[in-house]
Write a new protein. Sequence first.
Length: 144
Amino acid sequence: MKIIEFEDKYRDDMIFMILEAKNALGRVPGLNLDLLDIQSNYIAKGDMFWLAIDDNGRVIGSVGYSTNDNKKDVTLHRLFVKYNLKRQGIGTALLNTAEKHIQSQNKSTIFLNLGIGKEWFESRAFYNKNGYIEYEPNKMMKFL
C-alpha cells in the first residue's frame, strides 16, 4: 500500500470505494459532489487530497482537507477506507499523512464532522484513539 496525492485517473475508483464503504455502514450510498472534481474543490484552493492505493493500483482509502476562513484551521474530509480492509492501518496512515502536511502548512487545529447516527461509532473511536476530542455533538477537533 502507498499513499499518493490525488490523481484524476483514480477518481471513479475512489468514488466507487467510498460508495461501497457507505453501503457497508448501512447507509444509503450518496455521492458527495466535491468528489466529482477534487482538483477544483481541493487542490486549486491550496488544499490537499490523498489516496491509499493497493499493489494492484486500486483505491483503498482517501482523505482530504479544506482550509477554514481564518486560514489557521482546517476541516478534514472524506476519510474512508475500503470496507473489507479496515483495521489494517490504512486509515491511520492516511490520517498521519494529512496531519503531517497540515502541520507543515502552519495550521493550528483540525476539525471534522461526524455523521449523525449510531453507524459512526467506529469513526468516533478511531478519531478518539488518534487524539481528537468531541467538542460538540458529532464534531471533533485536534490541536496540532
